[in-house]
Ligand binder design. Sequence first.
Ligand code: SF4
Length: 184
Amino acid sequence: MTKEQAQALAEEIGFSHNGIFDVRILRFRQEVRDMCRADKCNKYNRQWTCPPACGTLEEIREKAEEYDWGLLVQTTAYMEDQFDAETMMEAMEDQKDHFIDFLEKVREIEPEIDMLPMSSGGCSVSCPRCTYPNAPCRFPEKAYPSMEAYGLLVSDTCKKAGVEYYYGKDTITFSSCCLFHDAT
Ligand code: SF4
């Protein structure tokens, strides 16, 4: 998969914005992992894809650093006002669906591809209840940790990908990314 192919696919699928970044300039931050532990999203220690189950910062940083570049993809929605939860939820679902679609299409193009997806928020598979910690993940091939679980600050990663983190008053934006090896 080349960067150009990945960006063309992101546009075809309908993401609002996308950008390429170099994995070598990413910063994997302990302070972001510490925010996970504060558990403001109610997912810490509740899903296989979230800390601590997804691995230590050091373990998953090493995994991410095996890749060369990443594609960051975004869904931006325009809300009626800052309390427009319906639009917010729709945008979140669109981002999730488009990202799953993106990954499926990449695998159709290159069935053997080794890539590392990072979701927006927690696990992107909507199991009614996560099996953690009593039984193995139901969909290990579809479940992946979030950018935050990797210690990535989303705003910083957007900057490195050359896209905005915030698109102005009454907008909401969800971001995910996927890491790739250089095409041979
Ligand atoms: S796919 Fe289901 S079982 Fe696996 S981490 Fe996600 S919510 Fe949990």
